[in-house]
Design a protein around this ligand. Sequence first.
Ligand SMILES: Cc1cc2nc3c(=O)[nH]c(=O)nc-3n(C[C@H](O)[C@H](O)[C@H](O)COP(=O)(O)OP(=O)(O)OC[C@H]3O[C@@H](n4cnc5c(N)ncnc54)[C@H](O)[C@@H]3O)c2cc1C
Length: 451
Amino acid sequence: MAGTKTRVLILGGGFGGLYAALQFEKRRDPRLEVTVVNRENFFLFTPMLHEIAASDLDLTNIVNPVRKMLRHVNFFCGDVDKIDIQGKRVTVSHGFDRHSHDLEYDHLVLALGAVTNFFNLPGVAERALTMKSLGDAIQLRNRLIAHLEEADTECAQTARPALLTFVVAGGGFAGVETIASINDFLRDALPFYPNLKEEMLRIVVVHPGEFILPELGEKLGRYADKKLRERGVEIYAKAKVAAVRPNEIELSTGERISSSTLIWTAGVSPNPILDLVACGKERGRIKVNANLEVEGVLGLWALGDCALVPDSATGGFCPPTAQHASREGKVLAQNIMADVYGRPKRPFSFKTLGLLAAIGRRTGVARILGVNFSGFLAWFLWRGIYWSKLPRMEKKVRVAIDWALDVFFSKDFVQYLDQRALAHTQTETGAAPWNRDQISDTTKRNNAITA
Ligand SMILES: Cc1cc2nc3c(=O)[nH]c(=O)nc-3n(C[C@H](O)[C@H](O)[C@H](O)COP(=O)(O)OP(=O)(O)OC[C@H]3O[C@@H](n4cnc5c(N)ncnc54)[C@H](O)[C@@H]3O)c2cc1C
């Protein structure tokens, strides 16, 4: 790296890190050398993740290659392994052999987000699916389809209840949008499976509160609850998942649900790699001041889900949302530039504009600037607002086309397979004997998942 330039290293290319990088990209300041490190080479637009799981959108339409978004900021696709605050150095590994590089910095931005928290509940970490990454959504979609295929066979009659019961833990935004969209997906696919009937399907949400979507208040929460129940979703309120065993989910109420699919959206914790950073934290999240600086550590900044950002509007802390992280990113980048040029920094201040959730069958719930919306209008607002926020015109067009096609065609339930085609050895002296172990990887993997 050039000696005279101020080196800014951004760890994480999600809403916080990427929007900070975009601000540097806009300024193209010759005095700065900015690098983003991210595990994946793409930026994931999480608000539309459930649409991938439910086949509303093509698999890659809600992700953007970071390199198409950043032309002047450097990008390093790799894993952050070590953060040395004293030595101002970060160790990153990448490549097929996972070799390491040390990246030095003058300013370090921590934007590593949060990870799923299983709370050490028996069987949950081993058996639950999660809903946080693109891979999670693809895996869930594949699982739904694999279970329909398996349950439709005559020999699976006794296994059908567990195969056709899908349980989501958590009635917050991610849980409700996931359950609503997979409910639509499964019910749309069912007519193509002659041995399966609608009454065989069980779609269940387990939620600790009295009503789902508590962030939107009781009125909208109860509306969403009613709509989902009308569409066949079972809601277990005031309950938590206590343990998961093969083909059985036990609740805190003592009830047992015969199911081999649990989708866990019931908790997150800060990225554990932050344990390596010696600075002020609260429940694992990094404490920053209103300028998004970590006090007492020169050149260290944090934002997004991994940080505890003071909220000037409420006197508390900012909620972990994309709308906050992206705006924090912009202010943080401006404050680093202010620091470099010796100008005054600007405190972060933002009031949540609105909260929206899609609850299936072209209905939604939303609270925007304090006004409640529900039904088709809320769903339309959800689509319109998130579509406008999705980065890059190319992806906007692809998503719009997918949504338009959705009006004319039923949902696509082809499996997404990533394994090599079956191969066999045949020479001039003859073929090698057929080996049953050559059955496809997919069959093996699906068997392993439900075992
Ligand atoms: C299913 C779902 C739906 C959501 N819907 C909404 C919504 O509708 N509206 C809303 O406002 N918010 C929503 N959110 C919340 C929103 O996504 C988060 O608040 C936001 O992503 C936080 O941004 P961040 O930059 O802090 O973290 P992230 O966006 O999670 O980014 C962290 C980045 O760091 C990378 N990373 C982590 N560890 C390493 C490592 N060791 N090495 C390299 N890279 C690493 C990750 O790969 C990731 O790219 C949703 C979240 C989920 C999961």
